[in-house]
Design a protein around this ligand. Structure first.
Ligand code: 13P
Ligand code: SF4
Length: 435
Protein backbone atom coordinates (compact mmCIF):
# COMPACT_ATOMS: atom_id res chain seq x y z
CA UNK A 1 0.00 0.00 0.00
CA UNK A 2 1.47 3.35 -1.03
CA UNK A 3 1.19 6.29 1.34
CA UNK A 4 -1.37 9.01 0.67
CA UNK A 5 1.43 11.42 -0.27
CA UNK A 6 2.83 8.98 -2.86
CA UNK A 7 -0.62 8.17 -4.19
CA UNK A 8 -1.41 11.87 -4.61
CA UNK A 9 1.84 12.54 -6.46
CA UNK A 10 1.20 9.56 -8.79
CA UNK A 11 -2.35 10.67 -9.50
CA UNK A 12 -1.42 14.26 -10.18
CA UNK A 13 1.50 13.17 -12.39
CA UNK A 14 -0.86 10.91 -14.37
CA UNK A 15 -3.33 13.76 -14.66
CA UNK A 16 -0.66 16.00 -16.08
CA UNK A 17 0.60 13.33 -18.48
CA UNK A 18 -2.62 11.69 -19.56
CA UNK A 19 -5.41 13.96 -18.35
CA UNK A 20 -7.52 10.85 -17.76
CA UNK A 21 -11.06 11.18 -16.50
CA UNK A 22 -10.28 8.54 -13.89
CA UNK A 23 -7.17 10.36 -12.70
CA UNK A 24 -9.08 13.62 -12.45
CA UNK A 25 -11.64 11.94 -10.22
CA UNK A 26 -9.07 10.39 -7.92
CA UNK A 27 -7.93 13.33 -5.86
CA UNK A 28 -9.82 16.37 -4.64
CA UNK A 29 -7.03 18.83 -5.45
CA UNK A 30 -3.95 18.49 -7.64
CA UNK A 31 -2.33 21.14 -5.38
CA UNK A 32 -2.02 18.45 -2.74
CA UNK A 33 1.14 17.18 -4.41
CA UNK A 34 2.91 20.45 -3.63
CA UNK A 35 4.76 21.04 -0.39
CA UNK A 36 2.58 22.78 2.22
CA UNK A 37 5.04 25.72 2.19
CA UNK A 38 3.94 26.52 -1.39
CA UNK A 39 0.51 27.08 -0.05
CA UNK A 40 1.74 29.22 2.85
CA UNK A 41 3.50 31.42 0.32
CA UNK A 42 0.30 31.69 -1.75
CA UNK A 43 -1.59 32.73 1.37
CA UNK A 44 0.92 35.42 2.09
CA UNK A 45 0.55 36.73 -1.46
CA UNK A 46 -3.20 36.82 -1.21
CA UNK A 47 -2.89 38.49 2.15
CA UNK A 48 -5.50 36.23 3.69
CA UNK A 49 -5.17 32.95 5.46
CA UNK A 50 -7.05 29.90 4.17
CA UNK A 51 -6.77 26.22 4.74
CA UNK A 52 -5.20 24.90 1.57
CA UNK A 53 -5.88 21.90 -0.60
CA UNK A 54 -7.79 18.95 0.78
CA UNK A 55 -11.19 18.33 2.24
CA UNK A 56 -11.36 21.52 4.27
CA UNK A 57 -9.99 23.80 1.54
CA UNK A 58 -13.26 25.61 0.93
CA UNK A 59 -13.61 26.61 4.58
CA UNK A 60 -12.97 30.17 5.62
CA UNK A 61 -10.12 30.64 8.07
CA UNK A 62 -10.59 33.45 10.60
CA UNK A 63 -8.19 36.38 10.36
CA UNK A 64 -6.73 35.42 13.75
CA UNK A 65 -5.54 32.04 12.40
CA UNK A 66 -1.84 31.65 13.24
CA UNK A 67 0.52 32.10 10.30
CA UNK A 68 3.49 29.90 9.62
CA UNK A 69 6.65 31.80 8.71
CA UNK A 70 8.71 30.68 5.76
CA UNK A 71 10.31 27.28 6.25
CA UNK A 72 14.06 27.58 5.52
CA UNK A 73 14.86 26.49 1.96
CA UNK A 74 17.07 23.57 2.99
CA UNK A 75 14.03 21.77 4.43
CA UNK A 76 11.97 22.38 1.31
CA UNK A 77 14.74 21.10 -0.96
CA UNK A 78 15.69 18.04 1.12
CA UNK A 79 14.72 14.62 -0.23
CA UNK A 80 12.37 12.42 1.75
CA UNK A 81 15.28 10.15 2.73
CA UNK A 82 17.39 13.07 3.91
CA UNK A 83 14.54 14.44 6.03
CA UNK A 84 13.94 11.06 7.63
CA UNK A 85 17.63 10.70 8.44
CA UNK A 86 17.73 14.20 9.96
CA UNK A 87 14.61 13.58 12.05
CA UNK A 88 16.00 10.28 13.34
CA UNK A 89 19.36 11.88 14.17
CA UNK A 90 17.75 14.80 16.02
CA UNK A 91 15.51 12.47 18.01
CA UNK A 92 18.49 10.33 18.93
CA UNK A 93 20.43 13.37 20.15
CA UNK A 94 17.46 14.63 22.16
CA UNK A 95 16.59 11.22 23.65
CA UNK A 96 14.05 11.46 26.50
CA UNK A 97 14.13 15.26 26.36
CA UNK A 98 11.51 15.15 23.60
CA UNK A 99 8.34 13.19 22.93
CA UNK A 100 6.68 13.18 19.52
CA UNK A 101 2.90 12.63 19.42
CA UNK A 102 1.09 11.77 16.17
CA UNK A 103 -2.65 11.81 15.49
CA UNK A 104 -4.12 8.91 13.50
CA UNK A 105 -4.81 11.29 10.58
CA UNK A 106 -1.18 12.25 10.10
CA UNK A 107 0.60 11.16 6.94
CA UNK A 108 2.67 7.95 7.19
CA UNK A 109 5.90 9.88 6.70
CA UNK A 110 5.23 11.66 9.99
CA UNK A 111 3.62 8.80 11.92
CA UNK A 112 6.77 6.70 11.55
CA UNK A 113 8.59 9.17 13.81
CA UNK A 114 5.90 9.39 16.51
CA UNK A 115 6.48 7.90 19.97
CA UNK A 116 2.71 7.72 20.51
CA UNK A 117 0.03 7.46 17.82
CA UNK A 118 -3.60 7.84 18.84
CA UNK A 119 -6.88 9.73 18.82
CA UNK A 120 -7.19 13.16 20.38
CA UNK A 121 -8.22 11.75 23.77
CA UNK A 122 -5.36 9.26 23.92
CA UNK A 123 -2.83 11.88 22.88
CA UNK A 124 -4.05 14.26 25.59
CA UNK A 125 -3.33 11.46 28.06
CA UNK A 126 -0.03 10.52 26.39
CA UNK A 127 1.25 14.04 27.00
CA UNK A 128 0.68 13.42 30.73
CA UNK A 129 2.71 10.20 30.74
CA UNK A 130 5.98 12.00 29.93
CA UNK A 131 6.30 14.72 32.59
CA UNK A 132 10.09 14.60 32.26
CA UNK A 133 10.21 15.52 28.58
CA UNK A 134 11.23 19.16 28.05
CA UNK A 135 9.37 19.34 24.76
CA UNK A 136 6.19 17.74 23.40
CA UNK A 137 6.14 17.91 19.60
CA UNK A 138 2.50 17.53 18.60
CA UNK A 139 1.95 16.25 15.08
CA UNK A 140 -1.74 17.04 14.89
CA UNK A 141 -3.70 20.28 14.78
CA UNK A 142 -3.73 23.47 16.83
CA UNK A 143 -6.47 22.59 19.35
CA UNK A 144 -4.67 19.35 20.21
CA UNK A 145 -1.42 21.19 20.93
CA UNK A 146 -3.33 23.71 23.07
CA UNK A 147 -4.86 20.86 25.07
CA UNK A 148 -1.44 19.29 25.60
CA UNK A 149 -0.14 22.66 26.81
CA UNK A 150 -3.03 23.02 29.27
CA UNK A 151 -2.47 19.53 30.69
CA UNK A 152 1.33 19.52 30.73
CA UNK A 153 3.73 21.11 33.20
CA UNK A 154 4.39 24.83 32.78
CA UNK A 155 8.04 24.29 31.92
CA UNK A 156 7.27 21.77 29.18
CA UNK A 157 7.19 23.34 25.72
CA UNK A 158 4.44 22.12 23.40
CA UNK A 159 5.39 22.53 19.76
CA UNK A 160 3.17 22.44 16.66
CA UNK A 161 5.53 21.85 13.70
CA UNK A 162 3.41 23.95 11.29
CA UNK A 163 1.42 26.79 12.86
CA UNK A 164 -1.05 26.73 9.96
CA UNK A 165 -2.27 23.27 11.03
CA UNK A 166 -5.61 24.42 12.42
CA UNK A 167 -9.00 22.75 12.28
CA UNK A 168 -11.70 24.40 10.20
CA UNK A 169 -14.44 22.84 12.33
CA UNK A 170 -12.90 24.22 15.53
CA UNK A 171 -12.87 27.66 13.91
CA UNK A 172 -16.62 27.52 13.23
CA UNK A 173 -17.28 28.42 16.87
CA UNK A 174 -15.41 31.44 18.20
CA UNK A 175 -15.61 32.75 21.74
CA UNK A 176 -17.50 35.95 20.81
CA UNK A 177 -20.28 34.11 18.95
CA UNK A 178 -20.63 31.56 21.74
CA UNK A 179 -20.77 34.33 24.35
CA UNK A 180 -23.50 36.10 22.34
CA UNK A 181 -25.49 32.89 22.13
CA UNK A 182 -25.03 32.30 25.85
CA UNK A 183 -26.23 35.82 26.70
CA UNK A 184 -29.41 35.25 24.69
CA UNK A 185 -30.03 31.89 26.33
CA UNK A 186 -29.55 33.43 29.77
CA UNK A 187 -32.00 36.17 28.86
CA UNK A 188 -34.53 33.52 27.86
CA UNK A 189 -34.04 30.97 30.64
CA UNK A 190 -32.50 32.93 33.49
CA UNK A 191 -29.94 31.18 35.66
CA UNK A 192 -32.05 29.57 38.41
CA UNK A 193 -31.98 25.76 38.72
CA UNK A 194 -35.25 23.78 38.56
CA UNK A 195 -36.74 21.74 41.45
CA UNK A 196 -34.22 18.93 40.73
CA UNK A 197 -31.30 21.33 41.00
CA UNK A 198 -30.62 21.32 37.24
CA UNK A 199 -29.49 24.60 35.74
CA UNK A 200 -31.14 25.81 32.49
CA UNK A 201 -28.17 25.10 30.16
CA UNK A 202 -24.87 23.20 30.40
CA UNK A 203 -22.27 24.11 27.73
CA UNK A 204 -20.43 21.13 26.21
CA UNK A 205 -17.56 21.64 23.82
CA UNK A 206 -16.04 19.01 21.57
CA UNK A 207 -12.29 18.62 22.06
CA UNK A 208 -12.03 20.10 18.53
CA UNK A 209 -12.36 23.67 19.78
CA UNK A 210 -10.14 26.51 20.92
CA UNK A 211 -8.79 26.72 24.46
CA UNK A 212 -10.99 29.80 24.91
CA UNK A 213 -14.12 27.69 24.43
CA UNK A 214 -12.87 25.02 26.80
CA UNK A 215 -12.26 27.85 29.27
CA UNK A 216 -15.82 29.12 28.68
CA UNK A 217 -17.15 25.67 29.57
CA UNK A 218 -14.96 25.47 32.67
CA UNK A 219 -16.28 28.83 33.81
CA UNK A 220 -19.96 28.07 33.16
CA UNK A 221 -20.33 24.63 34.75
CA UNK A 222 -19.63 22.84 31.48
CA UNK A 223 -17.35 20.15 30.17
CA UNK A 224 -15.30 18.92 27.18
CA UNK A 225 -15.99 15.72 25.24
CA UNK A 226 -14.23 13.71 22.56
CA UNK A 227 -15.77 11.42 19.98
CA UNK A 228 -14.92 8.45 22.22
CA UNK A 229 -16.75 9.69 25.33
CA UNK A 230 -19.51 11.98 24.01
CA UNK A 231 -22.39 9.83 25.39
CA UNK A 232 -20.82 9.66 28.87
CA UNK A 233 -20.30 13.41 28.84
CA UNK A 234 -23.88 14.13 27.70
CA UNK A 235 -25.17 11.94 30.55
CA UNK A 236 -23.01 13.94 32.94
CA UNK A 237 -24.49 17.15 31.53
CA UNK A 238 -28.13 15.96 31.66
CA UNK A 239 -27.69 15.11 35.34
CA UNK A 240 -26.77 18.73 35.99
CA UNK A 241 -28.75 20.66 33.39
CA UNK A 242 -32.15 20.81 31.73
CA UNK A 243 -30.53 21.12 28.31
CA UNK A 244 -27.13 21.24 26.63
CA UNK A 245 -25.53 23.78 24.32
CA UNK A 246 -23.22 21.62 22.18
CA UNK A 247 -20.48 23.11 20.00
CA UNK A 248 -18.90 23.18 17.47
CA UNK A 249 -19.86 19.89 15.73
CA UNK A 250 -23.58 19.56 15.08
CA UNK A 251 -23.15 15.99 13.79
CA UNK A 252 -21.38 14.55 16.82
CA UNK A 253 -23.99 16.24 19.04
CA UNK A 254 -26.95 15.04 16.98
CA UNK A 255 -25.70 11.48 16.46
CA UNK A 256 -24.84 11.03 20.13
CA UNK A 257 -28.02 12.57 21.54
CA UNK A 258 -30.20 10.69 19.04
CA UNK A 259 -28.66 7.38 20.14
CA UNK A 260 -29.52 8.37 23.72
CA UNK A 261 -33.18 8.80 22.76
CA UNK A 262 -33.40 12.59 22.39
CA UNK A 263 -35.97 13.34 19.63
CA UNK A 264 -34.76 15.40 16.67
CA UNK A 265 -37.45 18.03 17.32
CA UNK A 266 -35.73 18.75 20.63
CA UNK A 267 -32.39 19.42 18.95
CA UNK A 268 -32.65 22.83 17.26
CA UNK A 269 -29.63 24.22 15.47
CA UNK A 270 -28.02 27.52 16.51
CA UNK A 271 -26.56 29.46 13.58
CA UNK A 272 -24.34 32.29 14.84
CA UNK A 273 -25.16 35.79 13.59
CA UNK A 274 -28.87 34.99 13.04
CA UNK A 275 -31.52 36.36 15.44
CA UNK A 276 -32.16 33.64 18.04
CA UNK A 277 -29.61 31.53 16.16
CA UNK A 278 -32.11 31.03 13.32
CA UNK A 279 -34.55 29.27 15.64
CA UNK A 280 -37.10 30.77 18.06
CA UNK A 281 -37.67 31.07 21.82
CA UNK A 282 -40.49 28.51 21.80
CA UNK A 283 -38.33 25.81 20.18
CA UNK A 284 -35.42 26.67 22.45
CA UNK A 285 -37.63 26.35 25.55
CA UNK A 286 -38.62 22.83 24.50
CA UNK A 287 -35.07 21.79 23.54
CA UNK A 288 -32.79 19.19 25.14
CA UNK A 289 -29.70 19.81 22.98
CA UNK A 290 -28.98 23.05 21.13
CA UNK A 291 -26.61 22.18 18.28
CA UNK A 292 -24.06 24.67 16.98
CA UNK A 293 -23.93 25.02 13.21
CA UNK A 294 -20.45 23.55 12.78
CA UNK A 295 -19.19 20.54 10.84
CA UNK A 296 -16.08 18.76 9.62
CA UNK A 297 -15.46 19.14 5.90
CA UNK A 298 -13.65 15.80 5.78
CA UNK A 299 -16.52 13.80 7.27
CA UNK A 300 -19.17 15.78 5.43
CA UNK A 301 -17.92 14.18 2.21
CA UNK A 302 -19.40 10.80 3.17
CA UNK A 303 -22.89 10.01 1.91
CA UNK A 304 -25.49 7.25 1.82
CA UNK A 305 -24.90 6.51 -1.90
CA UNK A 306 -21.31 5.51 -1.07
CA UNK A 307 -22.60 3.07 1.54
CA UNK A 308 -25.15 1.64 -0.89
CA UNK A 309 -22.42 1.14 -3.47
CA UNK A 310 -20.15 -0.58 -0.94
CA UNK A 311 -23.00 -2.94 0.00
CA UNK A 312 -23.73 -3.69 -3.67
CA UNK A 313 -20.04 -4.29 -4.48
CA UNK A 314 -19.29 -6.31 -1.33
CA UNK A 315 -22.31 -8.12 0.13
CA UNK A 316 -21.60 -8.66 3.83
CA UNK A 317 -19.33 -5.56 4.07
CA UNK A 318 -19.02 -3.99 7.55
CA UNK A 319 -19.53 -0.24 7.29
CA UNK A 320 -18.04 1.80 10.16
CA UNK A 321 -18.11 5.60 10.18
CA UNK A 322 -16.93 8.39 12.47
CA UNK A 323 -19.68 10.26 14.42
CA UNK A 324 -18.66 13.52 12.72
CA UNK A 325 -20.47 12.13 9.63
CA UNK A 326 -24.01 13.39 8.91
CA UNK A 327 -26.85 11.55 10.66
CA UNK A 328 -28.14 9.77 7.50
CA UNK A 329 -24.66 8.31 6.99
CA UNK A 330 -24.38 7.15 10.60
CA UNK A 331 -27.89 5.65 10.33
CA UNK A 332 -27.01 3.78 7.13
CA UNK A 333 -23.73 2.42 8.56
CA UNK A 334 -23.46 -0.76 10.64
CA UNK A 335 -21.47 0.93 13.41
CA UNK A 336 -20.00 4.28 14.28
CA UNK A 337 -17.28 5.40 16.63
CA UNK A 338 -14.13 7.43 17.20
CA UNK A 339 -10.92 6.80 15.30
CA UNK A 340 -9.81 4.50 18.11
CA UNK A 341 -13.12 2.61 18.01
CA UNK A 342 -12.62 2.02 14.28
CA UNK A 343 -9.06 0.80 14.82
CA UNK A 344 -10.08 -1.56 17.63
CA UNK A 345 -13.06 -2.95 15.68
CA UNK A 346 -10.74 -3.94 12.84
CA UNK A 347 -8.09 -5.32 15.20
CA UNK A 348 -10.73 -7.48 16.91
CA UNK A 349 -12.09 -9.10 13.71
CA UNK A 350 -10.93 -12.72 13.72
CA UNK A 351 -12.28 -13.74 10.27
CA UNK A 352 -11.18 -12.07 7.00
CA UNK A 353 -13.70 -9.23 6.61
CA UNK A 354 -14.46 -6.45 4.17
CA UNK A 355 -14.55 -3.06 5.95
CA UNK A 356 -15.80 0.17 4.35
CA UNK A 357 -14.68 3.04 6.56
CA UNK A 358 -15.98 6.59 6.77
CA UNK A 359 -13.09 8.60 8.16
CA UNK A 360 -9.91 10.36 7.06
CA UNK A 361 -8.02 8.53 4.33
CA UNK A 362 -4.56 8.45 5.97
CA UNK A 363 -5.90 6.35 8.84
CA UNK A 364 -7.92 4.09 6.54
CA UNK A 365 -4.97 3.36 4.26
CA UNK A 366 -2.70 2.68 7.24
CA UNK A 367 -5.21 0.20 8.67
CA UNK A 368 -5.46 -1.48 5.26
CA UNK A 369 -1.67 -1.94 5.22
CA UNK A 370 -1.60 -3.13 8.83
CA UNK A 371 -4.33 -5.76 8.39
CA UNK A 372 -3.75 -7.38 4.97
CA UNK A 373 -6.00 -10.32 5.94
CA UNK A 374 -8.98 -7.93 5.62
CA UNK A 375 -10.18 -5.81 2.71
CA UNK A 376 -10.32 -2.25 4.07
CA UNK A 377 -11.20 0.81 2.01
CA UNK A 378 -12.36 4.38 2.45
CA UNK A 379 -16.04 4.96 1.56
CA UNK A 380 -15.01 8.08 -0.36
CA UNK A 381 -13.18 6.95 -3.53
CA UNK A 382 -11.50 10.36 -3.86
CA UNK A 383 -8.18 10.78 -2.06
CA UNK A 384 -8.88 13.90 -0.06
CA UNK A 385 -7.11 14.17 3.28
CA UNK A 386 -7.77 16.67 6.03
CA UNK A 387 -5.84 19.59 4.57
CA UNK A 388 -4.79 20.98 7.92
CA UNK A 389 -3.50 17.68 9.34
CA UNK A 390 -1.66 17.29 6.03
CA UNK A 391 0.29 20.47 6.68
CA UNK A 392 2.54 18.65 9.11
CA UNK A 393 5.17 17.58 6.61
CA UNK A 394 8.48 15.89 7.59
CA UNK A 395 10.24 19.13 6.59
CA UNK A 396 8.55 21.03 9.44
CA UNK A 397 9.15 18.17 11.86
CA UNK A 398 12.88 18.16 11.03
CA UNK A 399 12.97 21.98 11.40
CA UNK A 400 11.46 22.03 14.93
CA UNK A 401 13.52 19.04 16.13
CA UNK A 402 16.79 20.48 14.84
CA UNK A 403 15.80 23.75 16.52
CA UNK A 404 15.58 21.89 19.85
CA UNK A 405 18.98 20.30 19.27
CA UNK A 406 20.38 23.81 18.77
CA UNK A 407 18.64 25.05 21.95
CA UNK A 408 15.86 26.95 20.13
CA UNK A 409 12.17 26.25 20.76
CA UNK A 410 10.30 26.91 17.49
CA UNK A 411 6.50 27.17 17.13
CA UNK A 412 5.68 26.94 20.82
CA UNK A 413 1.95 26.84 21.59
CA UNK A 414 1.19 28.61 24.86
CA UNK A 415 -2.28 29.10 26.25
CA UNK A 416 -2.63 32.20 28.45
CA UNK A 417 -2.65 31.21 32.15
CA UNK A 418 -6.16 32.52 32.91
CA UNK A 419 -7.67 30.65 29.94
CA UNK A 420 -5.66 27.51 30.73
CA UNK A 421 -6.91 27.49 34.34
CA UNK A 422 -10.60 27.44 33.39
CA UNK A 423 -10.06 25.14 30.39
CA UNK A 424 -8.30 22.67 32.70
CA UNK A 425 -11.41 22.59 34.90
CA UNK A 426 -13.55 21.52 31.91
CA UNK A 427 -10.95 18.97 30.77
CA UNK A 428 -10.60 17.52 34.24
CA UNK A 429 -14.38 17.14 34.48
CA UNK A 430 -14.17 15.13 31.27
CA UNK A 431 -11.33 12.94 32.54
CA UNK A 432 -13.29 12.31 35.75
CA UNK A 433 -16.54 11.56 33.86
CA UNK A 434 -14.88 8.65 32.08
CA UNK A 435 -16.92 5.44 32.57
P1 13P B 1 -10.69 11.69 17.26
O1 13P B 1 -11.13 12.38 18.51
O2 13P B 1 -11.52 10.47 16.95
O3 13P B 1 -9.23 11.46 17.27
O4 13P B 1 -11.01 12.66 16.06
C1 13P B 1 -10.34 13.88 15.95
C2 13P B 1 -10.71 14.53 14.72
O5 13P B 1 -10.22 15.57 14.39
C3 13P B 1 -11.74 13.89 13.92
O6 13P B 1 -11.96 14.64 12.79
FE1 SF4 C 1 -10.80 19.25 12.00
FE2 SF4 C 1 -12.14 17.57 10.42
FE3 SF4 C 1 -9.52 17.83 10.14
FE4 SF4 C 1 -10.55 16.59 12.30
S1 SF4 C 1 -10.65 15.90 10.18
S2 SF4 C 1 -8.89 18.10 12.29
S3 SF4 C 1 -12.40 17.82 12.61
S4 SF4 C 1 -11.06 19.45 9.78
Amino acid sequence: MTSVATAISLITRDEAEHRTAEGAASTCSSDLAQGPWEFDAAEALRGMPAYGPGASSADVAPASTPRQGQLPQEYKDASEDELHARIRAAKETLGDRVVVLGHFYQRDEVVEHADFVGDSFQLANAALTRPDAEAIVFCGVHFMAETADILSRDDQAVILPNLAAGCSMADMADIDSVQQCWDQLEELFGTEPDADGRVPVIPVTYMNSSAALKGFCGEHGGIVCTSSNAATVLEWAFERGQRVLFFPDQHLGRNTAKAMGVPLEQMPMWSPRKPWGGTDPETLRDSRVILWHGFCSVHRRFNVAQIEKARADYPGVRVIVHPECPMEVVDAADEYGSTDYIRKAIAAATEPTVFAIGTEVNLVNRLAAEYPQHTIFCLDPVICPCSTMYRIHPGYLAWVLEGLVGGEVRNRIEVAADVADTARVALERMLAARP
